[in-house]
Structure formats: structure tokens, C-alpha cells
Design a binder for this molecule. Structure first.
Ligand SMILES: [Zn+2]
Length: 197
């Protein structure tokens, strides 16, 4: 994947990063660190993965979830050599209306594959109570505004969890979900996704 940020996994070039405690960090994570501790992505969001992920979501090509999740699993195992794994996998939920339209939540499927492969239980404590419009083309501020109070959480999560999503772009969605988990007593939130822009 070339040089990537040790926190958010974005591609970084020499002009925008700082070397902190042996870990490479992008300018954005240095000046405005995300609420999650670490993001692990199977791959970049680029051809042909972008096409595969769109087919997964909109043409029900669910086999892509399995093959990309096994790439993600290998990356996760490499990045947790000195850190214990999270104790629960929490898929980023769809609003019930969207779930009804699509018939499945791709994040549920990814979390299920990961759970089977790694023995970490999936957890459905997080739900989406606000049907947010598509975030494409919106500014970071508009995204955050849309996502305000979008999620709801049941109690009883373990102290260390991973949020699971298919694609992470700006990170505003996973950050909003992480904020809610942290406010409910979770101490560490990691993000596991198939692709990061
Ligand atoms: Zn970063």
C-alpha cells in the first residue's frame, strides 16, 4: 500500500507526515487526531476494489466480502502482534429503511466472516436511528452535522472493540460511532474495514 498513516491508514507523502514514536502519522492525525486508536484496511479504495465493493453492495455480489475479508484478516494479524485483539466486533449499522431496501448489511457480513475466522464475537449493540443522506460530495462539517445523533447504543460493551465497515472515506461515520462507544465506557475503539480511500 506504500507509505500509510499508522493511525488512519491514509496514504501519505513526505510533505504531510511526522514521525512520532516510530509510527508514521499523517498531518491530519497529528493536528486533529481521530477518536479511534487505529484503523486497519484490507486495501486502498481504488480499481478494481472500488468496483468489487460497489457490486457487493448494489448487485449482491456477496462473494467479494469473503475474499476481501480474508485479505483484511491477514492485515489485522500483522498489525496486532503486540496488542491484544478487540473483545467484540461491531458492524456499522444501516438504518432499518436502507436495510429493508438492500436486504442485507454488508458490514454485518464482513463482521460475521471475521468473527468466524478470528473467534471474536460479533455484537449488535449499535443501531442507526437516523437515516442519513448519502455523504458523497459533502464537506466534513456537513457530514458531521448529518451524523449527529445518527447512532444509538445498548449498554454492556467490552472495554476494547472494533467497528467494522466496508469502506471508510473521510472517517466521519466511524468517528461518530466511536464517539458514542467511548462515551458509554468503551476505552479503545479500532476500525476494521475492507477499503480506505
Ligand atoms: Zn492519519
Amino acid at each position: 500500500m506504500g507509505s500509510t498513516c499508522g493511525i488512519c491508514a491514509s496514504a501519505i507523502n513526505d510533505a504531510t507526515h511526522e514521525q512520532l514514536n516510530d509510527s508514521l502519522q499523517c498531518g491530519e492525525c497529528v493536528t486533529n487526531p481521530p477518536l479511534y486508536t487505529k484503523l486497519v484496511a484490507a486495501t486502498r479504495y481504488q480499481f478494481p476494489v472500488d468496483k468489487a465493493l460497489s457490486d457487493l453492495k448494489f448487485n449482491k455480489q456477496l462473494h467479494y466480502a469473503r475474499s476481501l475479508t480474508s485479505v483484511l484478516e491477514r492485515r489485522i494479524r500483522l498489525s496486532y502482534e503486540e496488542t491484544p485483539y478487540p473483545k467484540a466486533l461491531i458492524p456499522i449499522p444501516l438504518h432499518p429503511k436502507r436495510l429493508n431496501e438492500r436486504g442485507f448489511n454488508q458490514s454485518d457480513i464482513i463482521a460475521k466472516h471475521l468473527s468466524n475466522a478470528m473467534g471474536i464475537p460479533p455484537n449488535k449493540a449499535l443501531s442507526r436511528v437516523k437515516d442519513t443522506p448519502h455523504q458523497v460530495g459533502l464537506s466534513e462539517k456537513q457530514r458531521r452535522q448529518n451524523l449527529k445523533d445518527a447512532f444509538q447504543l445498548e449498554e454492556g460493551l467490552p472495554k476494547h472493540i472494533a467497528l467494522v465497515d466496508d469502506v471508510v472515506t473521510t472517517g466521519s461515520t466511524v468517528n461518530e460511532a466511536a464517539k458514542l462507544c467511548l462515551s458509554a465506557g468503551v476505552e479503545r475503539v479500532d476500525i476494521w474495514c475492507l477499503a480506505k480511500t
